[in-house]
Design a protein around this ligand. Structure first.
Ligand code: UT7
Length: 331
């Protein structure tokens, strides 16, 4: 066991979803689709949408962070670092993490964004964990925040049914009781660069009247191809981390998967030998909130987790990026 070694443990979690609910019934009026198609192909029934001029992902993230600080009774000035996973930043710079600090009253902290699409929260969690386990920092906040509605084309039925907006944040603190992050596998497969992307608005294709007319500022994916990779890679990496740590299905209290498609999640659970009652699944309520899906699940299932529970977090997304994290719940 790893007692007396400093590990990074999640010691609190809080989430935020905007009020507006976009239902499958409403989408039926916007594009040629049906509730039946969306439900059977994805598992999604509704998603949340952030309304209001000038409100971006930092609004979602800051609401989650403020609620996290209030829940733990922590003064914002005690926070050493804020890392925000997002692919829908308010703007290129300042970073969304910078803006969250401003809104939440966090001063003098290290803050930056990580862009790893749907795997962003796992990348950020592991990065934040190293600041704790190295002894450099005592309190690190990791946020997953995405306003996916800002990069979704609501005339494209292939994509607009999938996404929602949301954010959730965790507090990482040191643990010497062998709790917290035990192991991680984080990977990239660049075959994905042509299958899932947002083409314009960056330095390669700066925004122009032409890029707008060609709808290149929206999320694009070749859904069918991405699906095939997602099913294989997310299950591969979840299985690999279990084998590496001598874990079998019965040892796992909960699988906390990225919520992209219920069928991908079922395939992953099946490969791990974990029954669906041990799988955190809330895609029906929120759709795919990209970097926010995993921490939103942690927030919802927090009341069910017990100290010492073995959790496997697993994600797959744009890049491709993918990964798994094995952690022992700390409270
Ligand atoms: O989170 C990051 C990574 N992303 C993922 O993991 C997403 C992976 N992909 C998926 O989840 C699925 O591929 C989708 C949900 C995006 C699509 O489901 P699918 O079962 O792969 O459908 P498809 O793209 O193969 O389309 C099947 C049919 C097509 O019609 P034809 O060509 O068979 O006549 C589509 O045009 O369904 C049609 N279709 C729709 N029909 C009704 C596509 N979108 C819709 C829609 N409503 N919204």
């Amino acid at each position: 066991m790893k007692a007396n070694i400093t590990q990074a443990a999640i010691t609190a979690v809080a989430g935020y979803v905007p009020e507006y609910i976009l239902t499958n019934a409403e989408l039926e009026k916007m594009v040629e689709t049906t509730d039946e198609w969306i439900t059977t192909r994805t598992g999604i029934k509704e998603r949340r949408i952030l309304k209001g001029e000038g409100k971006g992902s930092s609004h979602l993230g800051a609401e989650a962070v403020k609620s996290l600080l209030a829940k733990k009774g922590i003064n914002p000035e005690e926070i050493d670092a804020v890392i925000c996973a997002t692919i829908s930043p308010d703007m290129f710079f300042p970073s969304t993490a910078n803006l969250i600090c401003d809104k939440a009253g966090i001063k003098n902290a290290l803050s930056f964004d990580i862009a790893a699409a749907c795997s962003g929260f796992l990348y950020a969690l592991v990065t934040g964990g190293h600041y704790i386990s190295s002894g450099m920092y005592k309190k690190v906040i990791v946020v997953g925040a995405d306003k996916m509605s800002s990069i979704t084309d609501y005339s494209d039925r292939n994509n607009c049914i999938i996404f929602g907006d949301g954010a959730a944040a965790v507090l990482l603190e040191p643990s010497t009781d062998a709790l917290g992050i035990q192991d991680s596998i984080l990977r990239t497969d660049t075959v994905g660069k042509d299958l899932i992307f947002m083409k314009a608005g960056g330095s390669a294709y700066p925004a122009s009247a032409e890029t707008v007319a060609k709808k290149e500022h929206y999320f694009y994916q070749d859904g069918k191809s991405v699906f095939k990779f997602a099913v294989t890679k997310m299950a591969d990496v979840a299985e690999e981390i279990m084998k590496k740590n001598d874990l079998v299905g019965e040892d796992i209290a909960y699988l906390v998967p990225h919520q992209a498609n219920k069928r991908i999640i079922e395939a992953t659970a099946d490969r791990m030998g974990v029954s669906m009652d041990k799988v955190c699944l809330n895609i029906q309520k929120y759709g795919n909130t990209t970097a926010a899906t995993i921490p939103l699940c942690l927030w919802e299932w927090e009341k069910d987790f017990k100290k010492g529970d073995n959790l496997i977090l697993a994600a797959f997304g744009g890049g491709f990026t993918y990964g798994s994290v094995y952690l022992k719940w700390a409270y």
